[in-house]
Design a binder for this molecule. Structure first.
Ligand code: ADP
Length: 300
């Protein structure tokens, strides 16, 4: 099982690129696609889901160019788009039967599959409630349920944690882990902690470009020895913000405690601290976007 993305670019309007020269070779596991809003995540996911075509480049599924032949990929694809809408008056089973019919799935086998998925997603207690009464987290699980109807080998979920409360986020992340195994799961987010606990591979996109593809531990390694804690006076904050890459600010009795990502100790009294993925993300983003000047990354 291999999803191969070669030199993929997408332009919606002349002279600007939503994606530029993306190369990725993806195998089974959870891939966290991380990047700020507008980075190109949804554009890439729509191309992978064969809803949109790249302006140039190829996407191959198990060696077949999906532009030439996409039925094999479509048969085994599960997709949860960012703007997933439900029919509020339908009950979960009705809704999933409706989606199954649209997907052309075998109606004789589908009832038991639906009940199995509702059980897996811990939605079996909700069968007597219309979807319109569901919480955000329950709706997202219905979204995942519809994406799982065909037991996909490629599952693409676009910003699935938007609008979820902290508890629902954790449950959703655990669910993705439960679903991993013999499939490729691509999960986009702009929130680092979403992928911290789940992704085997982290792909960082920014301004349509691929900044890195690494494991979480490789990313942490990149920023090892480059994260510092230092206390400054309140009135120095503005200058510090303009000068350093700051990944955290906490008010203390002595002043403001900053967490700074920098190759060198940024200020006298700086103490080295253990890096987090958030620090690594900021470091990669700053250095790879070309705004990195020596040891002083700046202005995110
Ligand atoms: P993300 O999912 O990371 O927020 P998107 O893929 O939605 O990023 O957007 C990448 C860029 O492409 C943005 O500049 C966005 O405005 C632009 N874009 C996305 N979809 C369209 C579209 N249908 N038409 C024109 N521009 C678009």
């Amino acid at each position: 099982m291999l999803l191969d993305i070669q030199q993929v670019s997408k332009s919606y309007k002349k002279g600007s690129w939503a994606l530029q020269d993306i190369n990725l070779h993806l195998k089974p596991g959870i891939v966290g696609l991380l990047g700020p809003n507008g980075a190109g995540k949804s554009t890439l996911m729509r191309i992978l889901a064969t809803i949109s075509q790249p302006s140039s480049g190829t996407v191959s599924w198990n060696g077949t160019d999906t532009r030439k032949k996409n039925d094999e990929l479509r048969r085994t694809l599960g997709y949860l788009p960012q703007d997933f809408g439900v029919y509020p008056h339908l009950y979960p089973v009705e809704f999933l039967e409706y989606v199954s019919a649209l997907k052309g799935l075998d109606s004789r086998k589908i009832k038991s599959r639906i009940l199995e998925i509702l059980e897996l997603l811990n939605l079996h207690d909700t069968l007597k409630r219309p979807i319109g009464n569901f919480s955000g987290g329950m709706r997202q699980r219905i979204g995942i349920a519809q994406a799982l109807l065909n037991n996909p080998r490629l599952l693409i979920v676009d910003e699935p944690t938007v609008g979820l409360d902290p508890e629902e986020r954790v449950r959703f992340r655990n669910l993705l882990t439960d679903l991993s195994g013999e499939r490729i799961i691509i999960f986009s987010t702009h929130i680092v902690s979403d992928i911290e606990a789940t992704a085997d591979q982290i792909v960082i996109l920014s301004k349509g470009q691929l900044l890195t593809k690494s494991t979480p531990s490789e990313l942490l390694h990149k920023v090892h020895g480059k994260v510092w804690s230092v206390i400054i006076a309140d009135h120095d904050l503005q200058e510090a913000r303009a000068t350093w890459t700051i990944s955290g600010t906490i008010r203390r009795e002595e002043g403001l405690q900053l967490r700074i990502v920098s190759d060198q100790p940024p200020l006298p009294g700086s103490i080295e601290v253990s890096p987090s993925l958030e620090d690594a993300y900021l470091y990669i983003k700053t250095t790879q976007e070309g705004t990195f000047g020596g040891s002083i990354p700046h202005n995110l």
